[in-house]
Ligand binder design. Structure first.
Ligand code: BGC
Length: 744
């Protein structure tokens, strides 16, 4: 017995010694990553290198099995971890352990105006991705909100480059703390779904650099994103998944990106361009994955056998290939091959709490005449809830961000639970929108079919509403095609399914009407003057109902602010007023649709300011159950040099009777410049929590960057000497105080 133990110890010791002596550099954690990459690269065959640059299934690409470099697993999406699909299909794999927490969609996150909340979001979703053993999370998205018709606006962070940039950075950091790569998407100029594969965006450099690129740049340089996804559309006649200008010139050269460019699924169209124009990993070509292949469709990918053939025939070299492989190996060391990364967690209590908190922080109180909200549960005896969105599951649908959730609390259930036996809660449908509830095989399990006529539904709703103490209409958009959904744009900016009529009828029936709009997009509200109280509630995911209920009854004091303008009409949007949306088909036999961004830098509030139009609700707007009073803003100097930092301070007081948070906004106005500029641009914001009567000083620092514009003839940012104004505001139209200063 003794002998056996001793020889065991001896073997173990020998084993350790042998391992220590022979561990190859690429596996040696004591060696710098770049050295390990070179070592791994040197060991790979040409075939292994080519194989690692493209998918081997719908969501996965091979590592190097021979060397013990694991596969790369990608997952949607920005709001929760997508359920597993079959190897070669979009359809469900039918797992029973892949339900997730659905976090609120990114418009809601942006509406919190709180980078701490973005960090919590990223950390939580990153933990879910890690637990499910994913290498790359396909999100977040920061395409700028250019038109309220874009079906995917709900997945993005609004119309302002500064706000999206500030919110995307902590999201990425939170995700990547888990050893999971964030994949920022869709780079770039993917601002609509209609013709998304064929639109060629024509845009001046100034608009590109000032409006559409800053959030991506922040993601890369400050967030240090490990991957980025090319978009479907074209820019300068090249698809953005292999685009010399965006990927090589800007992303890699100007911004110094050292991560991986991943194609959008089916976004690659050309082997030569895919080789030379900055793409690293090809996914989703021929979306069912099965056609175009005698034995293995993936061998026919643009970066598969066609690439190998060109190399073997000596028609292209291996310089680009080695660069791609280096980047992919770097991704491996940052993720799968980092043995110190945490294990993550799925559907933890903390994640449900985070989802609820993010929702509560992002809900926006748009209007609250007569202080209808918060609901007074000591007085209310009957609360009428009307509308399809009070009961419809919103986590299933919308496209690639569709989820299979562990649970989803509907607004009606959330309200019922919170109200308890304090009042009777009655429900009426009001209208029938889209009763379907299935996406790629995930079924909501709800039967929402209702064959009653619109008149019958309205009559029932009005009867229920008439004698109620409060009427809560919960409607808006949904995740069906032509609503807030991938692959198509909305057909109208107004509400569908006859909802305007239902709301107008309810407004006549009861003075205490609250409209809760669930959407990721602006809508028009022909009834805005008849309805006292309006709440913007986004798609809030798993905890939707709890978050909405806590705001309605006042457990939570709303503090969200709009991350995009609600225009009074589509004609008040630059992209529509100037008539290029959704582009003009070319007459040359190609399928390309050219679209000029004629409105230039004037997107969202920049357009409203320039045209002096009055939005329905402005960018940055959001009310509270308390009130805030702003004092006078003061600057620490009147004149600043090019390398100085100017400080602006403003006291903000909670002048009401309950605790609340206010998002204080700083806009900069360049009073005279050689190029046309927006009247003002957001350059700072700060969410402050204040007890009743409490005053806090909010301080902003302004450096030259905040004063600069992008001069496209010089191809650089320029801060022109002259007079500026720092504007302190509670929204883009609610200006509280201004300070003038001069840049020398
Ligand atoms: C979407 C991407 C998504 C990918 C994978 C594409 O259709 O545009 O956002 O990550 O599919 O599902």
């Amino acid at each position: 017995m003794k002998k056996i133990i001793l020889s065991g110890i001896l073997l173990l010791a020998l084993g350790c010694m042998t391992q220590a002596q022979t561990v190859p550099v690429y596996l040696d954690e004591t060696k710098p990553v770049e050295e390990r990459i070179e070592d791994a690269l040197g060991r790979m065959t040409l075939e292994e290198k080519v194989a690692i640059t493209h998918a081997q299934s719908k969501f996965c690409s091979p590592g190097v099995a021979r060397l013990g470099i694991p596969e790369f697993w990608m997952t949607d999406g920005p709001h929760g971890i997508r359920p597993e699909v079959l190897w070669d299909e979009w359809d469900q794999a039918g797992w029973t352990n892949d339900s997730c927490v659905a976090f609120p969609t990114l418009t809601c996150l942006a509406a919190t105006w709180d980078p701490k909340v973005a960090l919590l979001y990223g950390k939580s979703i990153g933990e879910e991705a890690r637990y499910r053993n994913k290498t790359v999370l396909l999100g977040p998205g920061v395409n700028i909100y250019r038109s309220p018709l874009n079906g995917r606006n709900f997945e993005y962070m609004g119309e302002d480059p500064y706000l999206s940039g500030k919110m995307v950075v902590p999201y990425i950091q939170g995700v990547q703390q888990n050893g999971v790569a964030a994949c920022v998407k869709h780079f770039a100029l993917n601002n609509q779904e209609v013709n998304r594969h064929t639109t060629n965006v024509i845009i001046d450099d100034r608009t590109l650099y000032e409006i559409y690129l800053p959030a991506f740049k922040a993601a890369v340089q400050e967030g240090k994103a490990w991957s980025i996804m090319g978009s479907y559309n074209l820019y300068k006649d090249q698809h953005c998944c292999h685009n010399q200008y965006l990927l090589n010139d800007i992303l890699r050269e100007e911004w110094g990106f050292d991560g991986v460019v991943i194609s959008d699924w089916g976004g690659v169209h050309d082997t030569q361009q895919a080789i030379t124009n900055g793409l690293d990993m090809e996914f989703g070509s021929w979306t069912n994955g099965l056609s175009n292949g005698a034995s293995n469709a993936y061998d026919n990918y643009y970066l598969a056998d066609p690439y190998l053939k060109l190399i073997k025939e000596g028609k292209v070299g291996t310089k680009e290939l080695d660069d791609k492989v280096r980047r992919i190996l770097r991704l491996a060391y940052r993720t799968n091959m980092d043995r110190n990364r945490p294990y993550g967690a799925l559907c933890s209590e903390a994640h449900f709490a985070a989802a609820r908190h993010i929702g509560e922080e992002g809900i926006v109180l748009l209007q609250n005449n007569n202080n209808v909200l918060p609901i007074d549960l000591n007085k209310a005896k009957k609360i009428a809830v009307i509308g399809e969105n009070a009961i419809k599951m919103m986590t299933v649908g919308g496209g690639s961000s569709s989820l299979k959730v562990k649970y989803e609390i509907s607004p009606l259930d959330g309200i019922k639970k919170r109200v308890g036996d304090k009042a009777e809660v009655v429900y009426a449908r009001g209208y029938v929108g889209d009763p379907s509830g299935e996406y790629n095989g995930v079924k909501s399990g709800q039967d929402l079919e209702d064959s009653r006529s619109p008149e019958e539904l309205i009559a029932e709703a009005v009867a229920v509403a008439k004698d109620a103490d409060y009427v809560i209409f919960i409607g808006g958009l949904n995740k069906s095609a032509h609503q807030d959904c991938e692959d198509a744009d909305r057909k109208e900016i107004g509400l569908s399914y006859g909802q305007d009529k239902v709301i107008a009828s309810l407004a006549q029936a009861n003075k205490n009407l609250i409209v809760v709009n669930i959407s990721g997009n602006a809508i028009t509200m022909p009834w805005v003057k008849e309805v006292p109280t309006i709440v913007q509630a986004w798609y809030l995911g798993t905890e939707a109902g709890s978050a909405i209920a806590s705001v309605l009854v006042g457990d939570v004091n709303p503090s969200g602010k709009l991350p995009f303008t609600f225009p009074a009409s589509l004609q008040d949007v630059g992209a529509h007023k100037l008539g290029e949306y959704p582009g003009t088909p070319r007459n040359d036999g190609s399928n390309i649709v050219d679209e000029k961004y004629n409105e230039g830098i004037f997107v969202g509030y920049r357009w409203a300011d320039k045209e002096k139009t009055k939005p329905l609700f402005p960018f940055g707007h959001g009310l509270s159950y308390t009130t805030f009073t702003y004092g006078k803003a003061v600057a620490d100097k009147k004149v600043m040099g090019a390398d100085d930092v100017l400080t602006v301070t403003v006291p903000v007081t909670n002048s009401g009777s309950r605790e609340g948070s206010e998002v204080v906004q700083l806009y900069i106005s360049d009073l005279k410049s050689s190029l046309p500029r927006s009247i003002k641009e957001l350059k700072g914001f700060c969410k402050v929590k204040l007890a009743p009567g409490e005053t806090k000083e909010v301080t902003f620092t302004i450096a030259k960057e905040a004063l600069s514009f992008f001069d496209d003839t010089l191809h650089e940012w320029v801060a022109e000497p002259g007079k500026f104004e720092a504007i302190i505001a509670a929204s883009a139209t609610d200006i509280k105080s201004k300070v003038s200063f001069e840049l020398k």
